[in-house]
Design a binder for this molecule. Structure first.
Ligand SMILES: C[S@@+](CC[C@H](N)C(=O)[O-])C[C@H]1O[C@@H](n2cnc3c(N)ncnc32)[C@H](O)[C@@H]1O
Length: 218
């Protein structure tokens, strides 16, 4: 496994995942990143399809709270970390998701592909290096989509945004430890990266978080 990629996933253990919803989705989103979780949920529900792949699943919060556009959505979960996969799969077991151990920076193929939508929520800022080094993640995610399918997600930026005191402490700590790799991530670079693979690209800044979407070319 790429050891840089491992740093962005190693922090997610059964113990830290228990605190994730409160610390990240409750406190950090509102007070550090100024992007409350209900805003991310709205973005998620606007784009999610009936055949959906979530990459970088964490605790599965957004899937668990989602209103899907079908009574029986087909859900696939992909993550480099087995603890995240287990936590998310257990949380949405009523949806009978398939689970896949995947490093998004390396090519992969999934039995359930193609999907109507793929989400990457709070994944890009966990990947190492400048945004240009994260291009493979966008490419590999896009390859899982049916033509016209939507790739969407959200990522915390490090450039071109002004972090408050709480956010600056977290940015510095997380980047030093390799939990985040987003010091150089900017809105313009993200837009450019997405436009290489997708059409109808939309990027919106909410607080210090970029919410994005785009369609696989037909
Ligand atoms: C910050 S959590 C996001 C969880 C969830 N999507 C959310 O928005 O609450 C990041 C997740 O991405 C996973 N991850 C990190 N690097 C990865 C990689 N290279 N490939 C696949 N998953 C990765 C981690 O294991 C973790 O489950």
């Amino acid at each position: 496994m790429n050891s840089n990629a491992e740093a962005g996933t190693a922090v997610y253990t059964p113990l830290t995942l228990q605190a994730y919803d409160l610390w990240v989705l409750g406190l950090s989103n509102r007070f550090a990143w100024a992007c409350p979780t209900p805003r991310l949920q709205e973005h998620f529900e606007r784009h999610v399809g009936a055949r959906h792949l979530d990459i970088g699943v964490g605790t599965g919060y957004f899937l668990a709270h989602c209103r899907f556009p079908a009574d029986t959505p087909r859900i696939a979960l992909a993550d480099l970390n087995p603890a995240s996969l287990a936590a998310a799969a257990s949380r949405i077991r009523h949806l009978q998701p398939s689970t896949h151990m995947v490093n998004v920076l390396e090519p992969f193929s999934l039995a359930g592909a193609p999907f109507d939508s793929v989400s990457m929520n709070y994944l890009l800022h966990c990947l190492p290096g400048p945004l240009a080094a994260k291009a493979p993640a966008i490419r590999h995610a896009t390859q899982q989509l049916a033509p016209g399918g939507v790739l969407f997600g959200a990522t915390i930026l490090g450039q071109g945004v002004r972090h408050n005191a709480f956010g600056s402490v977290l940015m510095s700590l997380y980047n030093r430890r390799g939990i985040f790799g987003n010091r150089d991530d900017s809105l313009a670079a993200l837009r450019e990266l997405l436009a290489r693979e997708l059409e109808d690209v939309a990027v919106e800044l909410v607080g210090r978080v970029a919410l994005f979407s785009g369609r696989r070319r037909a």
